[in-house]
Design a protein around this ligand. Structure first.
Ligand code: GLC
Length: 741
């Protein structure tokens, strides 16, 4: 296997960079090279002696989980001033959706469908993290998933490859900027490569079995987009992909990542995922695990020590050669040079703006505002009108919890920055409206108690009720999958009691995943889904509740009616027997002893209907948008040519608002079966009441390419349908045909 010693990179700069890498590599001992390939946990407040000695001896290439800038500088000083070659450390941390200032969870940020805002959010996170000495984040997580049972859906950009590709690239740009030597930029890490979001039954770390063209058509595109955006590193996944764990998977790391995509950065394992190859039963021992991972192309080992303990032995026995080690180490050194660490290894707080400043909080609030999805609004219950209210009941365990609204993966979030809904609503209403606040449940999992009666009375005594429900932060995220995705505890009973008062009930839900909401949806008059909205979530929710901002969020993931429908997603295949309203037979319409006939023999569940609770791309507004006059520039499109698909969007209501217009396309016949719809474009527009504007989407025939039976990337001639609208259920349709020249 020929080893490309140095990453392919274009331009004179990179020739100089490669030369610097080669020169340093030429001076390194084997032990020092292997040292660069080890990342060590350094979270202790005081640097332990063994860590000090290991860094001094050149046995550590990177540390993670140290966020005290003075301690980070101490660690760097040992590496730079006390080790033989003075190679600085990479300092890693999970800066997933903010550092001290917390943005909405990534799934919530995905609901903004706003790449520019996502990029700004990543820049805020990078600036705050860099001021603590962090120079590498393990983000963006861009695992496509269609399973809300999976706890890590919270960290993901949702179910769609196109949306995830656009937003993942934006995060990479936000973290890395255009020059990694600049203060406030940090190296990004696209994770978890690859297919982790397909974990069977939504159980974390579980087996994934993904046919290769599905892997290439659904799970890999966001990683390709991140690589094309210049992501510095990738992280190998814990998961077993078709029997070959990703961490030891040469197909992924060599063939796809390096040979097909020309990736020139480096791959880090997940936490002890190399050692876990023995637990998977993929490697007989830690030496073999090290062999599988290093030959697959995992440059650096996180947390476990199979590289430190066994690479020398593998070299001496001839199972691997020094060229491979040089290739792995070169990728690591190259990033250290690109970060400017050899010139500026230490962090000076004076280089950075104060942490969590007004600008950062403003971006966090904007992201929270645009992440909120309005799922229901019967009889225009919302927005609430301050001058029409004498009293308002604020109920529920998540109305005033500065920690829980931050969500999962917020190691360094500062809860003192949080603005809770209760604080924001109280601040907004002042003394004009009497607030009746009852927490009612100690946690989201609390059972019925007499505090429910207290909440019911507060609702009865108020003009309207806003009930804050959902999941605590810890109920989603890594290893926190749920088999039942209803609202936990007796929240549904609480809603029923509030509804009994006859007062308008508005539910605001904070959660790290889609929930099955069928047991409350008929008992609320309006419903906002706020995900875990981060530090400024309360302010954003208050502004939406009282109409200062019309909700514009759109679902980045499908909401099932019941968990038995999972996996359920819009870009599904048609099957040979698709269910339609006409062909569907509901279990309630099936008489006992009905003879087995062809009636109802279509792809569906008899007891769940044929639609989700809420579809991908869905979200209501305080106004109504209508779509008309869809057109295509040319109905016959030559292969290699382009076409424009356009429509006119009108704000048919009386409130100025944003709309995210979406383009979906269907390839009617393919070399492999194609989804019934695929998102191929979206754009945000702000329309005044009565205003109309044309939206247009340009497509190249290559935008319609997919991997076929032979894993060849191809666009085929044939007929296509297209829709433009405000969700994946858009009905305004047109079509075109791609013709061979
Ligand atoms: C965890 C996660 C990974 C994270 C790493 C370091 O187990 O899987 O996403 O970056 O360990 O915390």
């Amino acid at each position: 296997m020929s080893h490309q010693v140095f990453a392919s990179s274009a331009g004179a700069d990179s020739a100089a960079l490669d030369a610097r890498v080669a020169e340093l590599l030429g001076r390194m001992t084997t032990a020092e090279k292997i040292g660069q390939m080890s990342q060590v946990n350094a979270g202790d407040a005081v640097i332990p002696d063994h860590l000090r000695e290991d860094i001094k001896a050149g046995k550590v290439g990177s540390v993670l989980n140290q966020v005290n800038v003075d301690t980070v500088n101490k660690l760097q000083r040992i590496a730079v001033e006390e080790s033989r070659l003075g190679i600085p450390l990479l300092v890693g941390r999970d800066v997933i959706h903010g550092f001290n200032t917390i943005l909405p969870i990534p799934l919530g940020q995905a609901a903004t469908w706003n790449p520019e805002l996502v990029r700004k959010g990543a820049r805020v996170a990078a600036t705050e993290a860099a001021s603590a000495g962090i120079n590498w984040t393990f983000a963006p997580m861009i695992d496509i998933t269609r399973d809300p049972r999976w706890g890590r859906i919270a960290e993901s950009p949702g179910e769609d490859p196109y949306l995830a590709s656009v937003l993942g690239a934006a995060m990479v740009e936000g973290f890395q900027g255009t020059d990694l030597t600049q203060p406030g930029t940090i190296a990004a890490c696209a994770k978890h490569f690859a297919g982790y979001g397909a974990s069977e039954s939504g159980k974390d770390y579980n087996t994934t079995n993904i046919p290769q063209n599905e892997l290439r058509n659904v799970y890999l595109p966001p990683f390709k987009a991140a690589v094309d955006a210049g992501v510095a590193t990738l992280m190998a996944s814990f998961s077993d992909l078709d029997g070959v764990p990703a961490t030891g998977n040469r197909f992924l790391m060599r063939q796809v990542l390096r040979e097909e995509w020309g990736f020139g950065g480096f791959v880090v394992s997940d936490w002890a995922s190399i050692e876990q190859l023995t637990i998977h039963g993929f490697s007989a021992n830690k030496r073999d695990a090290a062999y599988e991972a290093v030959t697959a192309g995992v440059n650096m080992e996180m947390a476990s020590t199979t590289y430190r303990d066994h690479l020398k032995e593998l070299l001496d026995s001839g199972r691997i050669d020094m060229a491979l080690i040089d290739e792995m180490v070169a990728g690591i050194l190259q990033l250290k040079f690109r970060l400017g660490l050899f010139e500026n290894p230490y962090t000076r707080l004076s280089d950075f703006p104060p942490i969590a400043n007004e600008d950062h909080l403003a971006i966090a609030e904007r992201a929270a505002l645009e992440s909120i999805v309005m799922l229901e609004n019967r009889n225009d219950t919302l927005p609430l009108k301050k001058d029409k209210l004498d009293s308002l009941a604020i109920i529920g365990p998540l109305a005033d919890d500065p920690y829980e609204q931050l969500g999962t993966w917020i190691f360094d979030g500062k809860t003192e920055l949080s603005r809770t809904p209760l604080q924001a609503i109280t601040g907004m209403l002042g003394d004009a409206v009497k607030i009746n606040h009852v927490r009612a449940m100690e946690t989201s999992r609390s059972p019925y108690s007499d505090t429910f009666e207290e909440a019911r009375q507060a609702a009865a005594a108020s003009d309207a009720v806003v009930v804050f429900l959902g999941e605590e932060a810890i109920l989603s995220g890594e290893a926190h999958s749920r088999a039942n995705i209803d609202l936990p505890g007796d929240q549904a009973e609480l809603v029923r009691l509030l509804k009994e008062t006859g007062k308008p009930v508005i539910a605001v839900i904070m959660a790290g995943r889609p929930l099955t909401l069928a047991n409350i949806v008929d008992n609320v008059d309006a419903m906002l889904f706020a995900w875990h909205p981060g530090s400024m979530g309360g302010q954003a929710i208050a502004k939406v509740l009282f109409g200062a901002h019309s909700p514009s969020g759109k679902l980045p993931v499908t909401f099932p009616r019941m968990v038995g429908q999972v996996p359920i997603y819009y870009a599904h295949k048609n099957t040979g027997k698709p269910a339609t309203a006409k062909t569907y037979l509901n279990i309630d319409d099936i008489p006992v002893r009905m003879p087995q006939t062809s009636a109802g023999m279509v792809s569906t569940h008899m007891d769940a209907g044929i639609t989700p609770q809420y579809p991908f791309g869905y979200g209501l507004s305080y106004t109504r948008f209508s779509y008309a006059d869809i057109s295509v520039s040319n109905e016959q499109v030559p292969m290699g040519g382009r076409l424009t698909i356009a429509a006119v969007v009108t704000n048919a209501g009386d409130v100025a608002a944003d709309e995210i217009a979406q383009l979906y396309v269907r390839d009617l016949v393919g070399n492999v079966t194609r989804p019934v719809r695929e998102l191929k474009g979206f754009t945000r527009l702000h329309l005044q009441p009565g205003e109309s504007r044309q939206v247009s989407f340009e497509l190249d025939t290559s935008d319609l390419a997919f991997y076929g039976r032979q894993m060849q990337l191809m666009t085929e001639p044939g007929e296509f349908h297209a829709w433009i609208g405000g969700s994946s259920e858009a009905s305004l349709q047109t079509g075109f045909t791609i013709v061979d020249e």
